[in-house]
Design a protein around this ligand. Structure first.
Ligand code: ZN
Length: 213
């Protein structure tokens, strides 16, 4: 009888020890993931507008030896960036909220842009993720997808001189007009945060986030 109690206690302690180790391991993984996230500057990318994100990617690829340029907005052949290096690559840049996945239309557009610009490769890069349909289509069209994890890995590998924080602070977001009164929106700061506010404040009290989609 005493023997079985002893075995039970040992067994119980082993389970507790196992759970404890699992907890420590998971905590370490989480901490490491958080450190990589901060190092990559992704939280700053999350706060950018689309234009700032393009400028960030441009700087990143210039450091990789590419001649990067923003595609003309008016032409709108489905590319945001055109990069010339060893290869010619067209890129669609989607700065989205993390819960807003990039759909297959981005893949279709950049695939069209690849033909239009006679590029060797077509990529879609996002701080978010892709829908299943987008992934399937990309596979068929040989379009390369960089989701949040792939983007983070690339940033950590390149270790860019112009960090996401630099670009976020130094590059102005694209000008916007107020949806309420059609006046210009201007950038304001409050508690270290930036946001757009209507130039005719306080008559018009409209404000919106820089990273509004
Ligand atoms: Zn207004």
């Amino acid at each position: 009888m005493a023997n079985s109690v002893f075995i039970f206690i040992i067994f119980f302690l082993l389970i507790v020890l196992f759970q404890l180790m699992r907890y420590v391991y998971r905590t370490l993984l989480k901490r490491q993931a958080l450190r990589r996230l901060m190092q990559s500057g992704i939280p700053y990318i999350d706060q950018m507008d689309g234009f700032q994100f393009k400028m960030y990617l441009k700087a990143l690829f210039q450091q990789l030896g590419y001649k990067a340029q923003l595609a003309p907005q008016s032409g709108d052949a489905g590319a945001d960036l055109i990069m010339k290096g060893k290869k010619k690559i067209v890129i669609q840049a989607k700065r989205y909220g993390v819960n807003n996945k990039v759909s297959q239309s981005a893949v279709q557009e950049v695939y069209g842009a690849q033909a239009y610009y006679e590029a060797d490769e077509a990529w879609v890069m996002t701080n978010s993720f892709f829908t299943k349909q987008a992934k399937v289509l990309a596979e068929v069209c040989h379009v390369q997808l960089f989701d949040r994890h792939a983007l983070q890995a690339l940033i950590l590998e390149v270790n860019p001189i112009h960090t996401a924080e630099d670009i976020y602070r130094e590059v102005k977001p694209e000008p916007r007009t107020c949806p309420v009164c059609a006046n210009l929106l201007i950038i304001r700061h409050r508690n270290g945060e930036r946001f757009f506010r209507c130039v005719s404040f306080p008559q018009c009290e409209h404000t919106e986030a820089i990273n509004k989609e």
